[in-house]
Design a protein around this ligand. Structure first.
Ligand SMILES: Cc1cc2nc3c(=O)[nH]c(=O)nc-3n(C[C@H](O)[C@H](O)[C@H](O)COP(=O)(O)OP(=O)(O)OC[C@H]3O[C@@H](n4cnc5c(N)ncnc54)[C@H](O)[C@@H]3O)c2cc1C
Length: 408
């Protein structure tokens, strides 16, 4: 392995490998350092992705073995068992096996010429006169080597250990929720073409719980929470939630994992001299749902284009790389702001108000309005679209009243 490459990527998750793929295709020499011995392992993600997002990234259709199921919509359950369903005429989302998905992205990056190095943990950045010049890598938890590069793309995920060394502000720790993701079998009355969302402070305070059916008869169940122990809340959901317990009371947990999710919206500055951050480390995650794969990979694509341009011009200064932040903001900024407001409103609602709101949505027939909108990633734009409908105006008025009464 050469001790020098045009680009060093820290982390072989979807965002790191996708930026490596895009840069390798543009002719750059890219090394990806991954601390684990295998891509995608351990896995902690539900893997629920929008088909439109995958299409925009030119990853659709995915190889069949990666896709565990596809869905036509979602059912939202209130804490007291009321429900609101949205169903589209064709599939809008899918659930992927995240290990296979990550391996697939890394594989096509390798085919394009990028190199992944395993058991290779980046322990620090080499910074000279304020410019990132390379990384120190520990192999097999033993030997350390220095690698020089023109730019480091940090895709280390939520831990932010490397980002911290640049002096850039890391993601907002107050906006982190702790999540649990389980795979269960023996679920009763599983509807296989729809995902289910369970709301309520008693089950998932500050977030929600989910049930994602797979075609093999198993399902992914999880939740995230601001307070309390995720595993205890999951057990409570499975045994006590009026809707979830009907399906999950007798279910058996086969696999379980724990990991945080960042909901604060992208960090304000994700670049410095010779350095860019992509994915979870830059908090490029939807504040409404916690989905970070499509948003992070969208930014990884932007990062690759800007880095390629910088390599051509021989300018990877902070000033030039500021174009990355600008383009990410143009692409995601509006939708993130809308989603942050949605998250704030939901967080402020009591269980009774969530109950009322879900009943109200069903009564108004909002499912018929929302099913015309198929953009699940760019939710700000979707909201603008549905606002053209008079029913939605009424609903917005209602939600605003709820929001104001919760935040006098
Ligand atoms: C329970 C749960 C459910 C989720 N469900 C969904 C979902 O349904 N849909 C969705 O879109 N998103 C979901 N997410 C979010 C999603 O998992 C992340 O947004 C996504 O994985 C971010 O990708 P990434 O490449 O930025 O980081 P990661 O996937 O975390 O990858 C980072 C990689 O970097 C490696 N690494 C870290 N530090 C170093 C280092 N110093 N040196 C070398 N390697 C290093 C790690 O080993 C890892 O492989 C979920 C998250 C959780 C916790």
């Amino acid at each position: 392995m050469k001790p020098f490459s045009d680009v060093v990527v820290v982390g072989g998750g979807p965002c790191g490998s996708f930026s490596a793929l895009k840069l390798a295709k543009l002719g750059a020499d890219v090394n990806v350092f991954e601390e684990h011995s295998e891509i995608g392992v351990p896995s902690h993600c539900a893997g629920h992705l929008s088909l439109k997002g995958l299409k925009l990234l030119r990853l659709y259709p995915l190889p069949a073995e990666i896709v565990e199921n596809t869905f036509y919509g979602a059912v939202f359950h209130s804490p007291k068992g009321k429900k609101f369903s949205v169903r589209f005429s064709s599939p809008v989302t899918c659930v992927v096996n995240r290990v296979l998905f990550d391996k697939y992205i890394a594989g096509i990056a390798e085919d394009a010429g990028a190199h992944h190095l395993f058991n290779s943990r980046v322990t620090s950045l080499i910074i000279e006169n304020g410019l990132v010049k390379g990384v120190v890598v520990r192999h097999n938890a033993k030997t350390e080597k220095r690698f020089s590069t023109k730019i480091v793309i940090d895709a280390e995920g939520i831990s932010s250990r490397i980002l911290r060394q640049t002096g850039l502000s890391t993601l907002n720790r107050r906006m982190i929720v702790n999540a649990v993701q389980a795979e269960v079998e023996n679920v009763k009355d599983l509807e296989t073409d729809i995902v289910e969302v369970f709301l309520g402070k008693g089950y998932a305070p500050g977030f929600y719980a989910w049930l994602i059916p797979k075609l093999d008869g198993r399902a992914k169940v999880g939740l995230a929470t601001k307070t309390g122990k995720p595993k205890e809340l999951l057990q409570r959901l499975m045994l006590k939630h009026p809707a979830a317990s009907k399906k999950l009371r007798a279910a058996k947990i086969c696999k379980i994992s724990f990991h945080p999710i960042t909901l604060g919206g992208p960090i304000s500055k994700s670049y410095s001299n010779g350095f860019l951050a992509v994915g979870d480390v830059a908090s490029q995650v939807k504040p409404s749902t916690g989905g970070g794969v499509i948003f992070g990979m969208t930014c990884a694509d932007i990062a690759a284009k800007i880095v390629h341009e910088g390599l051509q011009r021989n300018d990877l200064s902070s000033q030039f790389l500021s174009a990355y932040q600008k383009r990410c903001n143009e692409t995601l900024g509006f939708d993130v702001n809308v989603m942050l407001r949605m998250r704030k409103t939901l967080d402020a609602m009591s269980d009774d108000k969530i109950d009322d709101a879900i009943a109200f949505c069903t009564k108004l027939g909002l499912d018929k309005v929302i099913d015309k909108v198929e953009d699940i990633d760019f939710q700000g734009r979707s909201l603008l679209h549905i606002l053209r409908n008079p029913k939605m105006f009424m609903a917005l008025f209602y939600f605003l009243a709820l929001h104001l009464s919760a935040n006098p």
